[in-house]
Design a protein around this ligand. Structure first.
Ligand code: GLP
Length: 241
């Protein structure tokens, strides 16, 4: 893995934006794998700025998000679809039909996982997959002990993950207990992976991802098997490497 230490969050976001923009410049109809959470917010802000300056068009781009909560009403402000609308989709020229997230409202969840996986294949697979990193090493919503061979699937969210995400909800009991996530094999199929890691609270998870032996007990260690991973870590997260 190529680890680049960034001066601060701003620098990390600028570099992440540049990598996404480079893919779009090189391949107009790029397929982007996108992540939610706090970490990529700065990157989305910068992508929107570049678009508004007329320097970047998403007209030919398709996007596939990593994951979505199960059970939130479609109009709930904390679905990952709503997050993506707020941070990117409504602010750039992406065609709505080219933006994809798993449907957390689907009645047949197994069929929905298969549909999502098939759609990804049809699109030719992900070119650049952006990832955040969970404190317990989760990527997407692949919690510890998820097999590295997993495709898109339904997960029970770890207590720690629900606690970490409770900050967005009025009441911690409102955090969904289940989600649909791309599997680890799905993530590893991307041509390039960009992992964003920010803040002192992620330092231990970053060390785990880089230095622990590759094990499902710490899902992010699966990335050690991928030939083209760049990690952008700010100095706080990289402290102690
Ligand atoms: C969430 C998301 C992940 C995200 C991670 C870290 O649970 N499902 O895709 O990367 O946790 O989030 P944050 O960037 O807010 O720390």
């Amino acid at each position: 893995m190529d680890v680049q230490i960034c001066k601060n969050y701003e620098d990390l976001s600028t570099k992440a934006c540049a990598r996404v923009a480079a893919w779009i410049a090189e391949k107009e109809n790029s397929v982007l794998g996108l992540a939610t959470g706090s970490t990529p917010e700065g990157m989305y802000e910068k992508l929107v700025e570049q678009h508004q300056k007329g320097e970047l068009s998403f007209r030919q781009v398709s996007t596939f998000n990593l994951d979505e909560y199960i059970g939130l009403p479609a109009d709930h402000p904390l679905t990952y679809r709503a997050y993506m609308n707020d941070h990117l989709f409504s602010k750039v020229d992406l065609l709505a039909a080219n933006t994809h997230l798993p449907d957390g409202q689907a009645t047949d969840l197994m069929a929905e996982c298969a549909r999502y996986e098939a759609l990804l294949q049809e699109a030719g697979g992900v070119d650049l997959q952006v990832l955040g990193l969970g404190h317990n090493g989760h990527i997407g919503f692949n919690e510890p002990e998820t097999p590295f061979s997993s495709a898109t699937h339904v997960v029970d969210l770890d207590v720690k993950t629900r606690e970490a995400n409770a900050r967005f909800f009025d009441n911690k009991n409102d955090v969904p207990k289940k989600a649909i996530t791309m599997g680890i094999e799905t993530i590893l199929a991307a041509r390039e992976i960009l992992v964003l890691v920010s803040g002192a609270d992620k330092a231990e998870a970053l060390r785990g991802m880089l230095y622990r032996e590759s094990t499902p007990a710490f899902p992010a260690t699966a990335l050690q098997q991928h030939p083209n991973v760049t990690v952008l870590a700010d100095e706080q997260a990289a402290n102690g490497l």
